[in-house]
Design a protein around this ligand. Structure first.
Ligand SMILES: NC(=O)c1ccc[n+]([C@@H]2O[C@H](COP(=O)([O-])OP(=O)(O)OC[C@H]3O[C@@H](n4cnc5c(N)ncnc54)[C@H](O)[C@@H]3O)[C@@H](O)[C@H]2O)c1
Ligand SMILES: [Zn+2]
Length: 336
């Protein structure tokens, strides 16, 4: 079992199976409301059994749950059940469930406790960690709040049982954590490929995100390094509709190529690792203009000029403006 803390607000427990102490011990809790989706309903029922309490609200699958309609329905249920300040919302599912659960918990009665049980690899190493919650409104994740769960419970048995595709989607974010901060993650993937032990890479990736978030609670500066692979990656994701993790893999190849030109980073080794794991490393055929427009639009929202996360070497990160020529290098590296 491994434990990782984010400040003193969130405890992340990583183990195999479900321990009975899923909920932080405290007084005043009268009920637990569990939010989940159909593919993991069985697991939510096991969670309810383990804690010996809890009623389940099942919401539509995937990002169809991250809407005002669903939020409103849940508020109605919480009002009906008289859910109070001392009660707990528990999310069991992938990132869509944990984002939604966190958002409802952040806003109900100006904030009640949330506990998250992520059931996808992406959820476990990324979405459930760091306190960003949200729903989609006029764009992805445009409405949300920072609200840390008091506990995140990661069950590696559940993650091991995921189908190959869901596993691969989360793998990209774990590899990202390796490149920005922890070469041990890369060593494990180089040694074992896609059969890397989750007991090694999941706690390590969570520790990377937890450390970065702890040092930058509300995303002022350092947290930006978590966006490695995400600038061009988001552009590719928006234009192609491919899964987030796959787009991040492609985005890392692009950022790696720019890092190679700027700093002499060994981008070939990075591309080889991603390719070897079965992750996509190019997006040939995607409209270059559309990707560039998306990248520019994203940046208008966050800062002036296009900034990217580049690597001098593994673990040595620089967040820096990039030139149009450098963007060209990145796009060429991914066949756009
Ligand atoms: N808050 C953050 O910091 C953050 C970070 C990254 C992503 N996200 C969000 O996370 C969401 C994506 O998360 P995701 O990739 O987990 O996708 P998801 O939550 O949409 O889940 C994908 C599918 O897998 C199913 N599923 C979940 N666990 C399963 C299991 N154990 N076995 C079988 N099926 C299972 C889900 O029901 C769904 O059908 C997006 O909404 C994204 O915006 C948030
Ligand atoms: Zn991501």
């Amino acid at each position: 079992m491994a434990r990782v803390m984010i400040g003193d607000v969130c405890e992340i427990v990583i183990e195999r199976g479900l321990s009975a102490d899923l909920l932080p011990e405290r007084s005043g809790r009268e009920q637990v409301v569990v939010i989940t989706q159909a593919p993991v309903r069985d697991h939510a029922e096991r969670v309810v059994e383990a804690i010996g309490d809890g009623s389940i609200i099942e919401v539509p699958d995937r990002d169809r749950a991250k809407t005002w309609d669903v939020v409103r329905d849940i508020y109605d249920e919480l009002a009906e059940r008289n859910v109070g300040r001392g009660d707990t919302l528990l999310g069991v599912g992938g990132g869509a469930v944990t984002d939604l659960t966190g958002f409802v918990a952040a806003t109900w009665l100006r904030g009640i406790e949330s506990v998250l049980v992520p059931t996808t690899l992406l959820g476990a190493v990324d979405a459930a960690i760091g306190g960003k919650t949200g729903i989609n409104h006029a764009g992805k994740n445009l409405v949300g709040a920072f609200w840390h769960p008091s506990r995140v419970h990661v069950d590696l048995d559940v993650l091991d049982a995921l189908d190959e595709r869901l596993k691969l989607e989360g793998t990209a974010e774990i590899v990202k954590a390796g490149f920005i901060a922890d070469p041990r993650i890369l060593g494990e993937y180089r040694a074992r490929g896609a059969a890397a032990h989750l007991d090694v890479v999941v706690p390590a990736a969570i520790a990377v995100k937890a450390e970065v978030v702890s040092s930058d609670f509300r995303e002022g500066g350092r947290r930006a390094i978590l966006n490695f692979g995400h600038t061009i990656g988001h552009g590719v994701e928006a234009v192609t509709g491919m899964p987030h993790g796959f787009a991040v893999s492609i985005g890392m190849v692009a950022a790696g190529a720019i890092s190679a030109v700027r700093f002499g980073f060994d981008s070939a080794a990075m591309t080889e690792l991603l390719f070897g794991l079965g992750l996509p490393v190019a997006a040939a055929g995607t409209s270059r203009q559309a990707v560039l427009e998306k990248v520019a639009r994203d940046k208008k929202r966050t800062s002036d000029g296009i900034r990217m996360v580049l690597l001098r070497s593994v673990g040595d990160v620089e967040v820096t403006p990039v030139t149009a020529d450098e963007l060209d290098v990145g796009l060429a590296a991914i066949g756009i």
